[in-house]
Design a protein around this ligand. Structure first.
Ligand code: HEM
Length: 408
């Protein structure tokens, strides 16, 4: 694909400060239009909800396998481009099509179904309370660093059954991958090494955890397949869950009337979370697909071998959508079709428990700078920081009651 005349950039400081401006520009060029997603990397991006649903269900024409990406195969994508961490091929379900996807997805679905929701809520609440106890006595915190980014990782380490001696290496490596900066490639290699050790440990001594269940699944995944499935599980799970927690906190705190209605019981944390999925989708632009041959999508020519991303963010705010009412869940924050997120329930339990624990235990929490821009990458929509203040409380004075929230 030739570098087109100036097109909207879906990365960098300007995009992070005003993503809506870039989406508006894209919409003016049609339901699908070209954007630059990293320095020198171009993709087609779907901003129309209807066109996105059509693409996501057309598995005959569109493949998820990034080995179809012509520019990458031709060596035109800088080897250190930050988008490669998520777009370069791995043998996991995210990049698989047809029967191979069905086989890997079945293993993922079955393992997720074995996670006990009550235990998940308790684990999340326990880790949340520990993180809150660390910041409570100080009266201030940066909630991305001190809470939202760390909590999902701690929960995932438990879900995977990570032995104690691996925990801190695993968390550090994951944080490096999430950082998506110059160290991301090294962090990804460290993370894969941790997963290989975890797999070896679980083969020796299986437990009640996702790693052991994946290894024993009737789909008979190879060790390499298990490693890449787990890489996808953690990579696809932790960052958007952190973003969901953060953006919902920002919504509740930004809007005085929301905070008042929440205190009065007129709206719920779960309601605010659903609202966030429409207006501030945690995955901003993702779900890369590649046309197997030249085709048309809602009248727009799509060449073969060019990445076509779904703008989960822009489809949620598509002006062509009718007013669907506040409880409608037809947004594409979870995507749609065969690759729709398999973990919406589990992610909801983690995010809701986290937000409720924070608002319960730091009852007068206030964000001190709600104007902080997003992180500058193209894939996730997440505040870069969440500075907050609250009444200092001695850690041992915090309520440590069990969580009561539901998932619905
Ligand atoms: C417990 C947390 C989560 C886990 C374990 C998880 C796991 C996964 C996995 C394994 C996939 C690949 C599915 C496939 O290719 O068949 C996936 C896809 C996806 N997830 Fe999640 N996820 C989590 C949270 C979230 C959150 C909070 C969001 C945003 C609201 C999200 C949005 C997506 C999207 C948009 C896709 C489609 C990606 C694509 O087609 O390339 N996920 N998720």
């Amino acid at each position: 694909m030739n570098a087109p005349s100036p097109v909207p950039r879906l990365f960098g400081e300007e995009f992070a400060a005003r993503p809506d401006v870039a989406y508006q520009q894209l919409r003016q060029s049609g339901p699908v239009a070209t954007a630059e997603i990293a320095q020198g990397v171009y993709a087609l991006v779907v901003t129309s909800h209807r066109a996105a649903v059509a693409l996501l269900n057309d598995t005959a024409v569109f493949s998820k396998d990034s080995r179809n990406w012509t520019a990458l195969n031709q060596g035109w994508i800088p080897q250190d481009s930050p988008v490669l961490a998520l777009m370069a091929y791995r043998p996991s379900l995210l990049y698989a099509d047809g029967a191979q996807h069905a086989r890997l997805r079945q293993a993922m679905d079955d393992c997720l179904a074995r996670i006990d929701v009550h235990e998940l809520r308790e684990t999340t609440h326990r880790h949340a309370s520990r993180l809150i106890a660390r910041i409570a006595p100080t009266g201030h915190a940066e909630l991305m660093r001190d809470f939202a980014d760390t909590l999902p990782l701690l929960v995932f380490v438990d879900i995977l059954g990570c032995p104690a001696q691996l925990v801190s290496r695993m968390v550090t490596a994951c944080q490096g991958v999430i950082g998506a900066d110059a160290g991301a490639m090294q962090a990804a290699a460290d993370f894969a090494a941790c997963l290989a050790e975890l797999i070896a440990a679980k083969k020796e001594m299986p437990g009640r955890d996702v790693t052991s269940w994946m290894l024993a699944h009737p789909s008979q995944l190879t060790d390499e397949e298990v490693l890449h499935q787990l890489f996808c599980f953690v990579g696809a799970g932790t960052i958007p869950t952190a973003a969901w927690i953060a953006s919902t906190l920002r919504l509740i705190q930004d809007d005085d009337s929301y905070a008042t209605r929440l205190t009065a019981g007129a709206v719920t944390v779960r309601g605010a979370m659903d609202h966030t999925l429409w207006t501030c989708s945690p995955m901003a632009n993702f779900s890369a697909h590649y046309a197997r041959w030249e085709t048309l999508l809602h009248g727009v020519p799509i060449p073969a071998g060019v990445p076509v991303l779904i703008s989960h963010a822009a489809t949620g705010t598509d002006p062509a959508l009718p007013d669907l009412g506040p409880d409608n869940r037809a947004h594409l924050a979870w995507s749609a079709g065969p690759h729709r997120c398999p973990a919406d329930n589990q992610a909801g339990v983690i995010a809701q428990t986290a937000i409720e624990a924070l608002l319960d235990q730091l009852w007068d929490l206030e964000l001190t700078d709600p104007t902080v821009p997003n992180r500058p990458g193209p894939f996730h929509q997440c505040p870069a920081a969440l500075p907050a203040r609250f009444h200092p409380a001695p850690a041992d004075a915090l309520t440590s009651t069990a969580p009561t929230g539901g998932t619905g």
